[in-house]
Design a protein around this ligand. Structure first.
Ligand SMILES: *Cc1c(COP(=O)(O)O)cnc(C)c1O
Length: 290
């Protein structure tokens, strides 16, 4: 088995904290929940697909805090292990057509949902918005507290909210690199800037998004990614999932292996969690990680 050379790479294991809502999603929800409390809202509604880490985390945190949660679920599928967890934690699942789901950011649609489901706080898909960015500032705070200097901090990018929070908060790195989990998402850079603007924040360090490691597109994988992940997990005993964290580590590995990055420069990769989604991938169930 090929040895995975990850050079001077350290991993911030957000997957290991947060209980049933590990990773970045608990951070992204933090200030949305505070807003719900401040406004006296006991019910929170949000959006996601049938494998959404965000809905999964919202259901878990809602159960913890005694809040009612409603998940608007994209497409017809409504019995994945992820949604079963969410249902068990008390989330009301409302499957809608893809067509209806496309309206998730339309103010008229949101108003109609708020009228239908009573007084509730509507959280954007993925837990974004200004509150989401501010929650991810807290991840930057954790990294700053490590009191080390990093040549690069690396994180997987979906909506870019987490990247925006890190860009606004990191005080201990030369560069922040986002690894896009989506294929052909040229609007992502603008989305990160907009997330910063919405939160009234500015980047404190140079950041950019690498679009070369989507491995076929969102929630897809190719043979190279699968092989990398299996070898990495064997060698490092750190579990990954193929949607986000696998791609982030694959990018780091490839940039080091090709010599584009020097193995002596310290790199911190943020492990954003998502391991509950491993249940969607048979090829990952090798049993060597338990
Ligand atoms: C949602 C998610 C991301 C992406 O976060 P964004 O803030 O949407 O960019 C990365 N990793 C994991 C495991 C996630 O669940």
């Amino acid at each position: 088995m090929q040895r995975i050379d990850i050079g001077a790479v350290h991993i911030l294991r957000l997957d290991q904290s947060g209980g049933p809502a590990p990773g970045n999603k608990r951070f992204k929800l933090r200030y949305h929940l505070a807003a719900a409390k401040a406004r006296g809202r006991k019910r929170i509604l949000s959006f996601g697909g049938a494998w959404s880490n965000h809905l999964h985390a919202l259901a878990a945190v809602g159960a913890e805090l005694g809040l009612e949660t409603i998940g608007i679920v994209r497409g017809g599928e409504h019995s994945t292990p992820m949604l079963e967890d969410a249902r068990a934690w008390g989330m009301e699942l409302v499957p809608v057509s893809r067509e209806e789901y496309r309206r998730r950011a339309d103010p008229n649609y949101i108003e109609a949902l708020a009228a239908r489901f009573g007084p509730c706080l509507v959280v954007p898909e993925g837990g974004g918005g200004a509150e989401g960015v501010r929650g991810c500032l807290d991840i930057a705070g954790m990294i700053n507290q490590l009191e080390r200097h990093w040549s690069r901090v690396v994180v997987a990018v979906g909506t870019g909210t987490t990247l925006a929070g890190l860009a606004a908060g990191l005080a201990c790195a030369d560069e922040l690199l986002g690894v896009a989990a989506l294929k052909g998402a040229p609007g992502l850079d603008a989305a990160v800037q907009q997330a910063l603007d919405t939160a009234g924040l500015a980047a404190r360090l140079p950041w950019r998004i690498d679009h070369d490691y989507h491995c076929g597109g969102f929630a897809r994988s190719n043979a190279a990614l699968r092989l990398f992940m299996q070898e990495f997990e064997q060698a490092q005993r750190v579990p990954l999932e193929p949607v986000y964290t696998g791609k982030a580590l694959f990018a780091v590995h490839s940039l080091l292996a090709s010599g584009q990055w020097s193995a002596t420069e310290p790199v911190l990769v943020v492990h954003t969690g998502g391991l509950q989604g491993r249940r969607g991938y048979d090829w990952l169930d090798r049993g060597h990680l338990d």
